[in-house]
Write a protein that binds this ligand. Structure first.
Ligand SMILES: Cc1cc2nc3c(=O)[nH]c(=O)nc-3n(C[C@H](O)[C@H](O)[C@H](O)COP(=O)(O)OP(=O)(O)OC[C@H]3O[C@@H](n4cnc5c(N)ncnc54)[C@H](O)[C@@H]3O)c2cc1C
Length: 261
């Protein structure tokens, strides 16, 4: 009966225009609609399926600003039991190491955690590093890029898929896993789920509550700094080659000129 923590992140909707803040180049979270990252919906779904088969409790945990409560409500309306919201202005602009350090400390406040499920990569930061860094801080095994998971007794197993191929992995619990978009199809919150979510417990924690000093996190103390940013140039029209008998040669010449072959 594992107690599961699901790491969820609110991200700017991929369909809305996203931009960085002038000055410190942190993400301008007010400039775009915010949604629960889709990969995290799948992480919640996986936790719910494990709970439905084996019992236990599903807690969702996020580090984010006030409006991240919307992402929390979505996860709760899917069926998660409770939520922890790490919300402290000093966290603004934290890099992946600082974010993971704070999340690891917050996980330490949740009782009896046997399994932590994250997405393999957040849609905004895209470092794909948070689950591995948390594993290091907590000293527990990590299974990343999982497309299948099975919890049996005191162990977790499953299939990891990367560009190199597939791997069968097994580790003792407690452990942290990250899942890919192949893991499942997340459920839609039902009306009953949405109503029930309004009454579920959301615990808000500050850095002081988790014993993390404000001077160790945030944009001013980050180990990595974004020093400049340039928007991608708009796509230009491709080159058209009309086949008048030597189209193949022309394509090959073009590819050579672009150093593609
Ligand atoms: C433009 C830009 C550039 C950046 N560049 C860097 C950089 O070069 N180096 C750097 O260290 N950081 C950088 N960051 C910051 C980085 O995005 C944050 O540290 C972020 O909170 C965690 O990294 P990630 O989103 O890449 O997470 P990933 O490691 O890609 O996320 C994987 C999973 O971890 C969990 N997770 C991630 N963040 C949270 C959270 N806040 N709460 C709960 N669960 C979470 C989720 O389950 C997520 O699916 C950058 C951010 C932006 C917007």
């Amino acid at each position: 009966m594992p107690n599961i923590v699901v790491l969820i992140k609110q991200v700017p909707d991929t369909w809305s225009e996203r931009k960085l803040t002038d000055g410190d180049f942190t993400l301008d979270r007010e400039a775009a609609d915010a949604v629960l990252d889709e990969i995290n919906e799948r992480a919640v779904e996986e936790a719910l399926q494990i709970k439905e088969a084996q019992g236990g409790e599903v807690t969702v945990l996020t580090a984010g600003p006030d409006r991240a409560t919307d992402a929390i409500r979505k996860a709760l309306s899917m069926g998660a039991d409770k939520a922890v919201h790490l919300n402290d202005p000093a966290l603004h602009g934290s890099d992946a190491i600082q974010t993971s350090y704070a999340l690891a400390a917050a996980i330490g406040q949740i009782e009896g955690v046997e399994l932590i499920i994250a997405g393999n990569e957040a849609t905004d930061g895209r470092s794909g590093a948070v689950p591995a860094i948390i594993a290091e801080y907590l000293g527990i095994p990590m299974l990343t890029h999982m497309r299948e998971l099975k919890v049996e007794g005191e162990s977790i197993s499953g299939v990891r898929e990367t560009d190199e191929g597939t791997f069968d992995l097994v580790a003792p619990l407690p452990a942290i896993v990250s899942v890919t978009e192949k893991i499942n199809e997340p459920r839609f919150p039902s009306f009953k789920g949405i109503m029930a979510a309004k009454k579920k417990e959301v615990q808000t924690l500050t850095l002081a509550d988790i014993g993390v000093e404000a001077e160790t996190v945030g944009v001013a103390n980050a180990m990595t700094t974004v020093t400049a940013s340039v928007a991608k140039p708009p796509r230009t029209a491709g080159e058209k080659i009309a086949d008048e008998g030597n189209g193949g040669d022309d394509i090959a010449k073009y590819l050579v000129s672009q150093k593609i072959i």
